[in-house]
Design a protein around this ligand. Structure first.
Ligand code: AHG
Ligand code: MN
Ligand code: MN
Ligand code: MN
Length: 344
């Protein structure tokens, strides 16, 4: 144990690596680069309006920059994306990357060596919260490259979430945190801004199986499917309803912050499939939002689902595919799955 009395992220990774005596160290180096990118983003987010990085990204012609999702890109979406690329591409650990902000998979530039992992990320989650100075985060997933020596293709990324080697997020809130699973539970680290190190503060995050707190964007209620309506109605009915207890509700509009609350004290989050837009079977993206968060939630004893089946069993068909997502305390997610399975 160092003088500070807490383990650093580096120490945690070295200890985890002892489970795999043949490991080369590439994986640990990759995670440390991702953590470095998150520290750089934390600094940019923390400077706020002073850094001139609030607001929408503009194009060379002065218009608003739109990403493949059809969303207006914030300046910080673009900056965070660049930090992820620049801080990880050089190392020789990656065969390629994919990001919410890039339409196509990112090829490792020819001057750098290629490696055996794929990195997939949402550089800034909750970016509508940037300009109002509320919590945002970054989400990432590490996969093995199926063909590390062949040319990179979209197909390489289309792996179900249960194939993830690791997943995690950084949270840029009152303190900056880095929350990680390498497949052996979930560990949370808090940034010590004096040392510039992530220190282990939450060694084994566990989600309680029961909860009285749910999170959903209720403005979409008219578009919900019947099982979701039923679930929310029953929560709202409180003590006198079939659940026989009162529920509380939260909505931050940064999924990563909702996931962190749920990993800390339980709860359930729904961004379900709905009928709002026929071209979008859900709001959130499978590869860089639902799968990494699903991996962490399951590693903490919770459950992540499409409503119909375990999220991590879903076979992706497209890089930017969207999906309905339900995650959190196990008993609630199982109940929502039951409602989907029951005839109306
Ligand atoms: P992003 O900022 O990466 O595009 O993701 C935003 C997502 C997610 O974080 C959040 O839960 C959801 O969008 C909020 O959606 P609503 O605007 O419908 O509340
Ligand atoms: Mn976005
Ligand atoms: Mn997001
Ligand atoms: Mn984003």
């Amino acid at each position: 144990m160092p003088l500070t009395g807490r383990k650093t992220l580096t120490q945690y990774l070295i200890e985890q690596r002892r489970r795999f005596p043949q490991a080369s160290g590439d994986f640990n180096a990759l995670i440390l680069d991702v953590a470095m990118a998150c520290k750089a983003i934390a600094r940019a987010v923390g400077k706020g309006a002073l850094a001139g990085s609030h607001g929408a990204q503009t194009t060379e012609l002065g218009g608003k920059s739109i990403n493949v999702q059809g969303e207006t890109q914030q300046k910080l979406d673009v900056l965070a994306n660049d930090y992820f690329l620049r801080i990880t591409e050089w190392s020789g650990h990656l065969a390629g990357m994919a990001s919410e902000e890039l339409e196509e998979p990112y090829q490792i530039p020819a001057q750098f060596a290629r490696g055996k992992y794929l990195l997939v990320f949402d550089p800034l989650d909750g970016s509508s919260n940037i300009d109002v100075n509320l919590t945002v985060g970054s989400i990432f997933s590490v996969l093995r490259a199926p063909n590390p020596d062949a040319a990179l293709s979209e197909q390489d990324f289309l792996q179900p979430g249960n194939q993830q080697v690791a997943a995690g997020y950084a949270l840029y809130g009152p303190s900056t945190m880095f929350v990680l699973s390498v497949g052996d539970g979930v560990a949370g680290f808090t940034l010590d801004t004096d040392l510039g190190e992530f220190m282990l503060t939450h060694p084994r995050m566990q989600i309680p199986a029961t909860t009285q707190e749910f999170a959903i964007n209720a403005s979409n209620a008219r578009f919900w499917e019947a099982p979701v309506k039923r679930y929310v109605d029953e929560c709202l009915a409180g003590k006198s309803g079939p659940r026989e207890k009162d529920f509380n509700m939260r909505w931050i509009a940064s999924m990563v912050a909702e996931a962190h609350r749920i990993l800390t004290r339980g709860g359930v989050f729904l961004y379900p499939r709905d009928s709002k837009d026929a071209s979008k079977p859900g709001r959130l993206r499978l590869l860089y939002e639902a799968n990494p968060i699903g991996f962490l939630i399951e590693q903490a004893g919770g459950r992540a689902s499409t409503g119909r089946k375990p999220m991590l069993d879903e076979q992706p068909s497209q890089l930017h595919q969207r999906i309905g997502l339900v995650f959190g305390s196990r008993n609630e997610v199982e109940r929502i799955e039951r409602y989907h399975a029951e005839p109306l």
